[in-house]
Design a protein around this ligand. Sequence first.
Ligand code: GLU
Length: 480
Amino acid sequence: MEDIRVRIAPSPSGNLHIGTARTALFNYLYAKKTGGKFVLRIEDTDLERSNAEYTQNIFDSLKALGLQWDEGPDVGGEFGPYYQSERFDIYPKYAQILVDKGYAYECFCTPEELEAEKEEAMKNHKAYVYSRKCMNLSEEEKAALRAKGIKPSIRFKVEHKELIFNDLVKGELKFDTNLIGDFVIMKSNGTPTYNFAVVIDDMMMKISHIIRGEDHISNTPKQILIYEALGAEVPKFGHLGMILAPDRSKLSKRHGATAVSDFVKQGYLTDALINFVALLGWSPSDGVEIKTVEEIAKDFRIHDVSSSNSIFEYDKLNWMNGQYIKKMDISKLTEMTVPFLAKYDLNNMSRENLEKMIEITREPITTLNQLEYDCAYFFGQDVDYTEGLETLKKEEASLVLNRLLELMNGWDFNSDEHIHDKLADFRAEFKEKHNMKPKETMWIVRAAITGRTRGADMAKTMTILGKDVCTHRVKQALEV
Ligand code: GLU
């Protein structure tokens, strides 16, 4: 069996995009499923747009998502370097091989000349392809142009034919190479173009399967032609449908977060994120959507991946994130919530109470950033009564709260069960004596102690706050 080697080749011109994360995941899944290797290559040839912070963000985000690579810039491997910028000396050699074999030629056309060709084509309503003006220059002509200081680019000579390949996702695809035109593989400044560098790297890194977004489909024929010209084995290609926003436009910042690290900042768990993106184009055979990456890998078949575009439903992601928040190990979850509670002084709260607070507030939330508001009443002496004001204005309120003050003094705030039972007795008393519905009594208690109309379990909230704070707040509530 052939050695399966897949790769993800992001350009560090931004933080890791959620779409790239999905491409990385599908490659990772394919490697896991087949016992292959998952390679990370950083395509930082565009030195102006690339920066080290983005590279670090790509590493961190992939790792946080659990997509550890087998070979790559930091871990090394047999086929490095894995930074494209460290491979600059490799490409001219291969370009020269293509020139020597007659598959490529030097082009001395200036940007102005090329622009004029394009304009001409536009005027005639023709799709532009290069005129091949430089294809048959003699050695003397080339020498003369060089003497004028013109540095040539190198163009690949596109043979006219129908190019057919079998896409792993999309099935058979056909291209008329007449429409491609001779394309540049080495720029006049000596750097390779994307289509050339990617082929040389994939070839040298022995990549067997290229799984990537369908926005690259138009590049694939060019890349196949280069493999063929070099006499190299052409890898198998699989092009994934795009991820679109709910309004079917390209997913962009105006729809919400798009970078993995921004999702994390908003309180999405990476386990939920990666589970969610797996479902963009793939569905589990047993219909159970909540799954770990390892579980997905067992069930994954590249041929089952949908060839159509997927809609990025933020609502569904929120739901899924909520599911992960509910079932996550409480100690781990508590750790993760700390940055979202930066507004509060956590030093005044014991670790035990902190975990308890998260345990009783996590149920309704879908993203961790909601905790800042939902936990506000656990901190400080006073609370904001805006939300609970209506409830506190009810005429029974002072009756309830005065009685609560009286009784609470004898309650044991070290025991959840004790407070729970006492609150039950309290409700029963008001039902019996004043015919108040238990929940109405509790609304008043909640409004007084938390300022809210809804929130976490009342008994546990009270034990976290302690007797002094509860007493203080009930007194305050009586005043408002
Ligand atoms: N650097 C390219 C990108 O980020 C890689 C494309 C490919 O997978 O070939 O789009």
